[in-house]
Design a protein around this ligand. Structure first.
Ligand code: BG6
Length: 510
């Protein structure tokens, strides 16, 4: 049971617990997790007795670990550098536990250490395990936690809980995701498992539900009668950033579409949930995923595009090609760009194409969803001479967090020509610049036992089911891999895919 239904209420609601981070010497810990924990502590949202234990292979003292984490906070926290008082308070409760992930002794000594910390800080057996390792380690760690009795809840201690956050990628395909689910479920009940997708921690993504269901005027037109098509773009202006080894085994379809873009799609396309309860929302999201029409190999050929960036330059700066990246096979066919047109076969969306695209080294960084409405009939203004466009509602997730509606306005002057203009709502203007990082919200929700913003087992499996159909054809070279220059919008085939039906990708930034 969640301790409260909504995490961000501005007061301390969380009970003290131990957060154990597996893979504590990795990038994610210093760039995201510790800065998030630091900000939560500083803002008074974590209980002051909360302790953090980093678990990793390399030998290190508690003090060395604290110094490294301080560096991380100073470099990556949204509020930086760290303030002495809150940092010192957190550092006192920050520990390092050295062990390989396979070593049963390491988990036995972890159990002893956690029991001591329970006593010292009154944690009552409340533990959040964060799997921030390579996915190859997930099942070993979970198995070892189970063997050491760290997965079970003490039946005589009703205050205790054990939860596990699993980082992405969750599996490599449907079969491996199912296997991983089975392995995890041998130790943890589904209610204890928190599969993370950091996009769900973004305020603007959460606002999708508020936008749709807290306003009366959009829902009546949010369907096939009024919507021509929907575009979801997650564009990055960076490459693989030293993660070539991992990325080359994944590709953009698995790394981005299977999770982040599918999540955005479900939030846009779902029916109103019966409540804001985690399962009510996730039931509706799963329904969307299950309504996506399966792809035949011929449809994969005509409705998807895959691309890879080559060597080039952006704004005078030389960019190495994907094949030259460290950890990438020189013969790699892995895509750094993916575009997919899919169809949702239900009463609301029948006949409305959804276009999803994502890529690295594209022209701009930006995650946006645009809803393109049917054009007004042509007799009055909607003629080539008068220049009216379709109404487009754009939900800008990042970095220009805003919502814009494109409308047609009469151009000043004596003619009756119209021109598309933007009505814009900017988050920072309305609410100031405070915006907690995605990991802050997600960590706090997990501590509070609210799994709404985490991915349920059937959700992750349904998403893989669609991705697998595409991957099967891509694996045999259909459609062929296309190449694109860094700083472009990806292969032109993605534009052609739209043009075939007289549509265009939304240009941004606007
Ligand atoms: C991660 C991917 O999940 O999301 C990365 O593994 C990608 O490849 C990142 O760069 C993008 O996240 P954001 O929040 O910067 O859009």
């Amino acid at each position: 049971m969640p301790e409260v239904s909504n995490a961000i209420l501005g007061t301390i609601l969380a009970s003290p617990c131990a957060i154990v981070i597996f893979g504590a010497t990795g990038d994610l810990t210093s760039r995201k997790l510790l800065p998030a924990i630091y900000n939560l502590s500083k803002d008074g949202l974590l209980h002051p007795d909360t302790v953090v234990v980093g678990f990793a292979r390399r030998p290190k003292t508690d003090d060395e670990f604290r110094q490294e984490m301080l560096k991380g906070v100073n470099s990556f926290s949204r509020s930086r550098p760290a303030d002495n008082t809150p940092w010192n308070k957190l550092a006192e409760r920050l520990f390092y536990h050295q062990s390989t992930f396979e070593d049963a002794h390491g988990y036995a000594s972890l159990a002893t250490r956690l029991a001591d910390l329970d006593q010292k800080y009154g944690l009552s057996g409340r533990r959040l395990y964060y799997l921030s390792t390579s996915p190859a380690e997930f099942s070993t760690i979970v198995h070892q936690l189970g063997e050491a009795g760290l997965g079970n809840i003490d039946p005589f201690n009703s205050n205790a809980w054990r939860r596990v956050i699993v980082e992405k990628p969750f599996g490599h395909d449907l079969a491996s995701a199912q296997e991983l689910n089975q392995q995890i479920n041998r130790v943890f009940d589904e209610s204890q498992v928190y599969r993370i997708d950091h996009y769900l921690g973004k305020q603007t993504v959460q606002n999708l539900l508020a936008f749709r269901f807290a306003n009366g005027i959009f829902e009546p037109i949010w369907n096939r009668r009024y919507v021509d098509h929907v575009q979801v773009t997650v564009a990055e202006d960076i490459g693989v950033e030293g993660r070539g080894g991992y990325f080359d085994t994944a590709g953009t379809l698995r790394d981005m579409l299977q999770n982040h873009l599918m999540q955005l799609l479900t939030l846009v396309a779902m029916e109103p949930p019966v409540s804001l309860d985690g399962d009510a929302i996730r039931d509706e999201k799963v329904r969307v995923l299950k309504s996506i029409l399966p792809f035949t190999p011929e449809q994969v050929e005509s409705l998807t595009v895959r691309g890879q960036y080559v060597r080039g330059d952006r704004n005078g700066q030389a960019i190495i090609g994907y094949l030259e990246e460290r950890g990438v096979s020189p013969q790699s066919h892995t895509e750094t760009y993916a575009c997919v047109q899919l169809a949702i076969d239900n009463w609301r969306w029948y006949g409305v194409p959804f276009y999803l695209r994502s890529g690295k080294h594209l022209k701009y960084k930006g995650s946006e969803i645009s809803i393109h409405f049917n054009r007004a009939p042509g007799v009055l203004f909607n003629t080539p001479q008068r220049g009216a466009g379709a109404n487009v509602l754009t939900l800008r997730i990042q970095p220009r967090e805003s919502i814009g509606l494109q409308i047609n306005a009469k151009r000043p002057g004596t003619s009756t020509a119209v021109t598309p203009v933007q009505m814009n709502f900017q988050y920072h203007e309305a609410f100031g610049s405070y915006s907690p990082e995605a990991y802050e919200r997600l960590l706090l929700d997990a501590i509070l036992g609210d799994s709404t913003l985490f991915i349920r087992r059937d959700e992750v499996e349904s998403a893989w089911n669609i991705i697998d159909q595409i991957e099967d054809s891509w694996a045999v070279g259909q459609p062929p891999l296309k190449f694109y220059a860094p700083g472009s919008w990806g292969p032109d085939e993605a534009n052609q895919l739209m043009r075939k039906s007289g549509r265009y990708w939304e240009e941004f930034p606007q």
